[in-house]
Design a protein around this ligand. Structure first.
Ligand code: PEP
Length: 251
């Protein structure tokens, strides 16, 4: 039985005050014992504040990115150890904005994934196709390339600390959500990929989230699909009532 996940990617949004207030509101909602794993990924400067505000709840925090080196002359970068120092359990890697705005490759994402897993930091690995790739019937090909690239060298044991997020790029921040059939078909492909490249146990236990314009009113239907184990949420995670509605849909 896979525990469902509601993860909020706040991207480059909020202020110190609004991040703290949002975290406090959500902490009131999510008790110590929760049937849903709630993960908040605020901007780096607010991680410590958010961590403080969620203490006493079961909410976990995560970074939106990290660098694969442990320390040194890498101006502007944040190491895995630094994220762990301030209480992160997770890091989002391979988000479409990192891939398509910042130009990260599968090889970059793989180095970060391996570095995070080696230190015991959980990875939310995002994969997903562009609109033109879907229109050219290349969705599965793209997913396969991104899974192979991102998870190269990752053992079945290390994969226990990985959540996959299927995020079709055309659905992120657009208000256009994948249909339940489109989401389920991609998730089914990803689970089968895990079976062939790892084994049936790994495939059965790995959580695969859907991301792309998830809102309270479409979350329940998406998460009712057999291979959809929760949501990675951008815009709708910035308001306590809408993210709260998505958490409720996962309960
Ligand atoms: C995201 O940024 O991961 C995301 C899914 O964004 P949104 O929910 O706004 O589409």
């Amino acid at each position: 039985m896979r525990k469902l996940v509601a993860a909020g990617n706040w991207k480059m949004n909020t202020t110190l005050d609004s991040a703290g207030a949002l975290a406090s509101d959500l902490a009131k909602k999510v008790q110590q014992e929760s049937s849903v794993e709630v993960i908040l990924c605020p901007p780096f400067p607010y991680l410590t504040t958010v961590k403080e505000k969620v203490s006493g709840s079961s909410i976990k925090i995560g970074g939106q990115n990290c660098y694969h080196e442990t320390e040194g002359a890498f101006t502007g970068e944040t190491s895995v150890g630094m994220l762990q120092d301030i209480g992160c359990d997770w890091v989002i890697l391979g988000h479409s904005e990192r891939r398509h705005v910042m130009g990260e490759t599968d090889a970059d994402i793989n180095k970060k994934t391996v570095a995070a897993l080696e230190k015991g930091l959980g990875v939310i690995l995002c994969v997903g196709e562009l609109l033109e790739e879907r229109q050219a019937n290349k969705t599965n090909e793209v997913l396969q390339t991104q899974m192979e690239g991102g998870l190269s060298g990752v053992s079945a044991e290390a994969l226990k600390n990985v959540i996959i997020a299927y995020e079709p790029v055309w659905a992120i921040g657009t208000g256009v959500t994948a249909s339940t059939e489109e989401a389920e078909s991609a998730h089914d492909f990803l689970r089968k990929w895990l079976t062939s490249n790892y084994n049936a146990d790994v495939a059965e236990s790995t959580r695969i989230l859907y991301g792309g314009s998830v809102k309270p009113d479409n979350a329940e239907e998406l998460m009712s699909q057999p291979n959809v184990d929760g949501a990675l949420v951008g815009g709708a995670s910035l308001k306590a009532d809408s993210f709260g509605g998505i958490i409720d849909a996962a309960v």
